[in-house]
Ligand binder design. Structure first.
Ligand SMILES: Cc1cc2nc3c(=O)[nH]c(=O)nc-3n(C[C@H](O)[C@H](O)[C@H](O)COP(=O)(O)OP(=O)(O)OC[C@H]3O[C@@H](n4cnc5c(N)ncnc54)[C@H](O)[C@@H]3O)c2cc1C
Length: 479
């Protein structure tokens, strides 16, 4: 017998399978061509980019083409208590869009229109399936700039909003949240809400829009977004700076921030990552002998002004132990440096098994974190390498299996991750800076949040989604 959800809460969540009748209704709502049932097609939606991450097979994949269809699918799923995992491009790194409870994967890849670029208000109105790369190119043609910049530009706006994505430009421009002024969302019940709008300022009751940004598809499905744009900076300069000590590189980031250097991007990378990037791209970096590197970018309007700033930044770096300064002021030279940074994840992943941490720290604590992270690696006889958005205090930390036997790795990796997170917590940090909690980090959330905070979060989830159909098992477990 089918279990229906009364929405009264408290009941244990048993999900129903998709019966032939429900499948027929889905086909009617979104059109048969937008419903995938063949195993080979559904398998493409099993997992995301999380190294060694979870997998889950959806019973059905639906690809609605408009908000009304999203609402109708949710209404049906809510009534029959069928889990719905909304998916962007599946590039998440915490198992965020993996359908671990099966049910429906709702891919919004067909809702991919840029509806308006409002040059008078410096805003754009987009559907959630718009791919970041395409969106940036479209606004750049008009001399405009969408600064939220996760490293994976094949991700889409819906996924970026779902995770509150950050990226390389965070030091100067912030995260995705800082660029959202309005959302159209569909609740689990199928109700459609307009949140925010085109106004720059708003102080009108609880800001539900910001609650939904970063909620990983667990509270509502975003079907349209209004995004802020900036004028496109005319010039950029990049600096590639080797250090003979990782901690000196990390300390330099803090020193540059103290000196109020107006950098756009401040990335830190260890040598093993650089060597893997060189091999992957089959090209040499300007220097590869040092154990640590900073990759910095300045942007602005006037070349002279940027060159003067670059000089000042370089002097700070040399005073803090830099071995040399390589300046990229042409487009190809800069592209080469940033391509190396962009391929680091793929280069490491291709190298072998690894685990991922995406911790956030107060910037001044990054050097201390680096010391302790390396000490944890030595304690467990494991290489832990790192790169990341150091100017935001966001260090992507990668324990690598290397030659370690499988059994030993399986025993040690939970201990290593636990110690990394306890260290992060003790330094005033956060469990995730930008990838979200998803599936892979949820066991660690209680290390970082007070019980009262977790309880409040679960109550909010219950209010938005009483039948617990939206992306269940992410951030925390369904009841
Ligand atoms: C090489 C590489 C580099 C990366 N670099 C960065 C980086 O610099 N910064 C960063 O932040 N991340 C980075 N990521 C992670 C990833 O790209 C981001 O998390 C991105 O925001 C995910 O977008 P997506 O379209 O792939 O979403 P998905 O992975 O499909 O989904 C992500 C989450 O958003 C939810 N979601 C998707 N669409 C919607 C919607 N319409 N409404 C509500 N919720 C929705 C999903 O349910 C899921 O919980 C990187 C990943 C890779 C592989």
């Amino acid at each position: 017998m089918q279990k229906h959800c009364t929405g009264s809460g408290g009941e244990k969540m048993n999900y129903n399978p998709i019966s032939p009748e429900i499948l027929a209704q889905l086909q009617e709502i979104v059109d048969t061509k937008n419903v995938l049932v063949a195993l080979t097609e559904r398998e493409r939606y099993r997992n995301d980019e999380t190294p060694g991450g979870p997998a889950g097979l959806p019973e059905v994949v639906v690809k609605p083409e408009n908000t009304a269809a999203v609402a109708a699918v949710l209404q049906l799923s809510n009534h029959h208590r069928i889990p719905v995992t909304v998916r962007g491009q599946g590039t998440g790194l915490s198992g965020n869009a993996v359908p671990i409870h099966g049910g429906i994967v709702m891919s919004l890849e067909k809702m991919n229109k840029i509806l308006e670029i409002d040059t008078a208000n410096l805003l754009a109105v987009v559907e959630p399936g718009v791919v970041l790369l395409d969106f940036r190119a479209a606004v750049e043609e008009l001399g405009l700039f969408y600064p939220a910049d996760p490293g994976e530009r094949s991700s889409c706006i819906g996924g970026n909003i779902g995770t509150n994505a950050g990226g390389m430009n965070g030091v100067k421009y912030g995260k995705t949240r800082d660029y959202v002024t309005g959302l159209e969302v569909v609740l689990a019940s199928g109700a459609i809400l307009e949140l925010g709008g085109k106004t720059v300022k708003r102080s009108s009751g609880y800001e539900l829009m910001h609650l939904i940004i970063g909620s990983e598809g667990t509270l509502a499905i975003v079907t349209r977004a209004i995004l802020k744009l900036s004028p496109l900076p005319r010039k950029t300069i990049s600096l590639y700076i080797p250090f003979d000590d990782l901690f000196a590189a990390a300390r330099t980031v803090a020193a540059l921030k103290r000196a109020r250097m107006p950098l756009t991007a401040m990335e830190i990378m260890e040598q093993d990552a650089i060597l893997l990037a060189e091999a992957r791209l089959e090209q040499k970096m300007p220097y590869n002998q040092a154990p640590a590197y900073l990759l910095l970018r300045l942007d602005g309007e006037q070349e002279e002004e940027l060159l003067t700033l670059a000089q000042e930044v370089g002097e700070h770096c040399l005073a803090n132990g830099a071995l040399d300064i390589f300046v990229g002021d042409t487009r190809p030279a800069q592209q080469k440096l940033w391509d190396a940074r962009a391929c680091l994840f793929e280069a490491l992943k291709a190298h072998g098994t690894m685990e991922a941490a995406d911790v956030a720290l107060p910037c001044s604590q990054v050097p201390e974190y680096m010391y302790r992270m390396k000490a944890i690696g030595r304690k467990y006889g494991m290489t832990i390498t790192s790169f990341g958005h150091a100017g935001d205090g966001n260090i992507h930390t990668w324990p690598l299996q290397g030659e370690m036997p499988e059994k030993e790795w399986a025993q040690k990796i939970p201990l290593v991750m636990h110690e990394l997170f306890v260290t992060t917590r003790s330094l005033g940090g956060a469990l995730s800076a930008e990838h979200g909690i998803g599936f892979t980090k949820k066991a660690y959330l209680p290390l970082f949040l007070e019980p009262a905070q977790l309880t409040l979060m679960k109550q909010i989830k219950q209010l938005f989604d009483p039948c617990q159909i939206l992306n269940p098992g992410k951030i925390f477990d369904p009841k």
